[in-house]
Design a protein around this ligand. Structure first.
Ligand SMILES: Cc1ncc(COP(=O)(O)O)c(C=O)c1O
Length: 341
């Protein structure tokens, strides 16, 4: 079975330049062996290289979200995120590519107070990409801010289309169903089998898409999400199950009775977007051994999670592990003090 047939009914606006690279990390592996004493075989999937304005996992989701918006005759994309949202930056770029307007509702809620956080990184790029950037006034909640904005846009004669936070509804998650097949084809061509895929998880669209893609292809590769967003509670873990079930329903297949996804906590530190020492060490190690840039909010903490799981034996030295690089490096420029101190 190919997943392309399952995805063909859904409108899609092409944004990727092709398959993103998947390759080994020999110098990184050696450095881990020197530090920890053992290391699984490590590969990386470069979704930081999708090609759209700094890249990242949102490109894949936006192919389907923008496709849906165009099919519905929308002229303005509206979405929300944190001030340094990668999702907002990618949405602004995807809208520009499709000839649509884009309004970004940004929330200044991350307790990271250095000046660059409010000027540079993704926020700077949002402006360059031509988005109508609106920072939420203090005290307003997301539903109210969305409501006011949608009314204003409609009254001005626009047809707005709402992309949810992180692009993580079943439509956006289709992008990672497709990504699973891309990974499956690459691993077959390289003669590899992955025991697990590790990546940062926050709004669950990436993990739900990979999990359902794996289910459709009868894969037993484990999907290990590192929680980088909310304090780790059973309720948060259950949200992942809901996303998987809703995506299966959207694809018109039975909801899987069991699945290969797990969401692991312990690597968030003091909160979303708050730097940790382990994040910084992970960012530096990958940069200095392989010349690959992670980000401070998602992939840096996800890689710190992978290193932690290797060190504590939760990931075995005889596994073959694929780290999914979900992008985000423009965020580095918003953490100048934290990363250069
Ligand atoms: C760089 C990066 N990695 C990972 C994620 C998490 O992806 P998801 O929201 O699909 O869980 C995000 C979400 O914004 C992101 O920007």
């Amino acid at each position: 079975m190919t997943l392309a047939a399952s995805l063909s009914p859904f409108p899609r606006h092409s944004l990727l330049f092709g398959a993103t690279p998947l390759h080994a990390l020999p110098r990184f592996e050696n450095a881990i062996r020197e530090k920890i004493g053992h290391c699984p075989q490590l590969y990386i999937k470069r979704d930081d290289m999708t090609g759209l304005a700094g890249g990242g996992n949102k490109t894949r989701k936006l192919e389907f979200l923008i496709g849906d918006a165009l099919a519905r005759g929308a002229d303005t994309i509206v979405t929300a995120g944190a001030l340094q949202s990668n999702h907002a930056r990618q949405t602004a770029a995807a809208a520009a590519h499709a000839g649509l307007k884009c309004t970004l509702l940004l929330f200044d809620t991350v307790p990271h107070k250095e000046p660059a956080y409010r000027q540079s990184g993704n926020l700077l790029l949002d402006h360059l990409l031509g988005a109508d950037v609106r920072v939420a006034p203090e005290g307003i909640d997301a539903a109210e801010f969305f409501g006011l904005t949608l009314t204003e846009l409609s009254e001005a004669g626009h047809t707005p289309y709402v992309v949810p936070v992180g692009g993580s509804n079943p439509i956006g998650s289709l992008g990672y169903v497709a990504a699973f097949e891309e990974i499956a084809q690459q691993k077959t061509a390289m003669g590899l089998t992955f025991d697990r895929i590790v990546h940062g998880s926050s709004s669950f669209g990436t993990q739900a898409g990979l999990t359902v893609g794996g289910h459709l292809l009868s894969s037993d590769t484990k999907m290990t999400g590192i929680n980088v967003y909310k304090p780790h509670t059973p309720k948060v873990v259950a949200e992942l199950d809901t996303h998987i079930a809703e995506l299966a329903t959207h694809l018109n297949i039975p909801v899987p009775s069991h699945h290969t996804a797990e969401l692991l906590g312990g690597f968030l530190g003091d909160g979303y977007g708050v730097p940790t020492e382990e994040m910084r060490a992970a960012v530096e190690l990958l940069a200095q051994t392989e010349g690959i840039l992670l980000d401070p909010v998602y992939t840096g903490k996800a890689m710190a999670g992978l290193l932690g799981l290797i060190a504590n034996g939760q990931i075995d030295a005889d596994e073959t592990v694929l780290f999914l690089h979900t992008g985000g490096y423009p965020g580095l420029f918003a953490y100048v003090d934290a990363l250069s101190a």
